[in-house]
Design a protein around this ligand. Structure first.
Ligand code: HAM
Length: 434
């Protein structure tokens, strides 16, 4: 028999019951806002054909070059990959569903993504995103609306002060082609000292050099020609509308002409929310932008769109920090409405039937199997943060009743007895009071 527990895969984590309460609160707040803005949920597969990501995310991006969980399905030799993000799959699914004929479609998703990155705090190999995509219109108000939705979410989660918004304009493909030539000329003489990946970037997509990790390239990048100088009037007007609307809605932002995002499908507006206290894009909690040409690289139809994805691990940890600092640490979510403690072995059947009657009435019951001393059961009940303790012993069984003890601070020490037939309604009254 194995003597040690087989560990989880590096960079992949369990989210244990003590943490899932906060995760659910964050997810619920996001889902409620997605609903308020007319987004409906979409669920796409975790596995896609590798070429979907290779082409659409950009062959010279870190995600495709170094971080893809790619494998060949030995049953049919298909080249597949675990999804590193969900925008491309969402666009594939929407196009297959005929979204190009449907006007504006707004969808949201949530779930695990996979990138073979070097794990560190806030950077994992399996992580979770929640995101929104709006397709079918190139109206700049669509991405503005998404940015306002996000600002509301941060406010509702109490972290608005901790995040800052940065914007850039990536223009159209002609501007990027002109800029690409300027970058190639600018970096050309320095490339002899670079590694293969950076040299390939210079050939294929020099914009990627602007977020290259090599410090020498970073120094050069700081003085590289700016895309902003290549933008035409339409591109400038598009992002100006976004900026004007944000000002009108009191949403502060900074502009960063070097914000390029890590994926290749973007044009015009791009944005990131990072920690206000630090500058690095490693701290991005959320990123997104417009991708009006993505659809044409997937299939025969054009479909403008924009979207964002937020990192749930990073968001949850920010909410935890905020709660700790403001001394309003959120108690873990209770495991159930009541904890049912059995004191004597001859009461199991009675207790089991009582638990089922409560559940049938919609009340959550944690049934502690096996008889144990009351003190131990109270401790367990408190550890699970359950506010009400139901006690069943021989005398309760004989009298066809249940003892109810209150455990939360406002009910501590309270005790009452309920007849079995009345138990559900007594509990419901108690629960409604809390
Ligand atoms: P992204 O910037 O690659 O964009 O990822 C979005 C967010 O996911 C990041 O801001 C970060 O919070 C989180 N994230 C990314 N990688 C990791 C990681 N290794 N560990 C933990 N969290 C991570 C996208 O994925 C685009 N699909 C966003 C988008 C949607 N653009 C348009 N629509």
């Amino acid at each position: 028999m194995a003597k040690t527990i087989i560990p989880a895969v590096r960079g992949m984590h369990d989210i244990l019951p003590a943490a899932t309460g906060l995760w659910q609160r964050v997810e619920r707040a996001a889902h409620a806002l997605f609903y308020r803005y007319g987004y409906r949920e979409i669920r796409t597969p975790l596995v896609e054909r590798l070429d979907l990501f290779e082409r659409q995310l950009g062959e010279s991006t870190d995600v495709v070059q170094k971080e893809m969980y790619a494998f060949t399905d030995s049953l049919n030799d298909e080249k597949l990959a675990l999804r590193p993000e969900a925008t491309v799959s969402t666009m594939r699914a929407l196009l297959a569903d005929g979204a190009h004929r449907a006007g504006v479609s707004r969808v949201w998703y949530g779930g695990a993504m996979f990138r073979h990155e070097r794990p560190q705090k806030g950077r994992y190999r399996q992580f979770h995103q929640m995101g929104c995509e709006a397709v079918g219109s190139s109206d700049p108000l669509l991405e503005t609306e998404q940015i306002i939705l996000l600002a509301r979410l941060w406010e509702e989660l109490g972290i608005g002060e901790r995040l800052k918004l940065t914007l850039n304009n990536l223009g159209d493909s002609a501007a990027r082609a002109r800029h690409r030539q300027l970058l190639q000329a600018y970096f050309y003489d320095s490339k002899k000292d670079w590694d293969e990946l950076s040299r390939a970037r210079l050939d294929k997509n020099p914009l990627r050099l602007l977020d290259d990790k090599n410090p020498e390239i970073q120094t050069l990048a700081a003085a590289a020609p700016l895309l902003a100088e290549q933008l035409d009037d339409d591109a400038k007007a598009h992002v100006q509308k976004v900026k004007d609307a944000l000002v009108a809605h009191n949403i502060a932002f900074e502009e960063d002409p070097r914000l390029v995002r890590g994926l290749d499908y973007y044009n015009l507006t791009v944005f990131e929310w990072t920690l206000a206290s630090e500058g690095s894009s490693q701290n991005a909690v959320c990123g997104g932008g417009r991708y009006d040409q993505l659809a044409e690289t997937i299939g025969p139809h054009a479909l403008a769109g924009c979207g964002f994805a937020l990192g749930v691990e990073r968001l949850v940890s920010l909410c935890m920090e905020a709660a700790e600092e403001s001394k309003t640490a959120l108690p873990p979510a209770p495991a159930a409405d009541c904890y049912l403690a059995v004191l004597d072995a001859d009461c199991y059947d009675y207790a089991f039937a009582v638990a089922e009657e409560c559940r049938a009435a919609g009340i959550g019951v944690f049934y502690a199997t096996g008889a144990q001393a009351l003190g131990k059961q109270i401790k367990k009940c408190e550890a699970l943060n359950i506010p009400l303790l139901l006690v069943v012993g021989s005398s309760e069984k004989q009298q066809n009743c249940i003892t109810i003890k209150g455990l939360t601070s406002e009910r501590a020490g309270t005790q009452q007895t309920a007849e079995r037939a009345q138990l559900a309604s007594v509990l419901q009254t108690l629960m409604n009071k809390s």
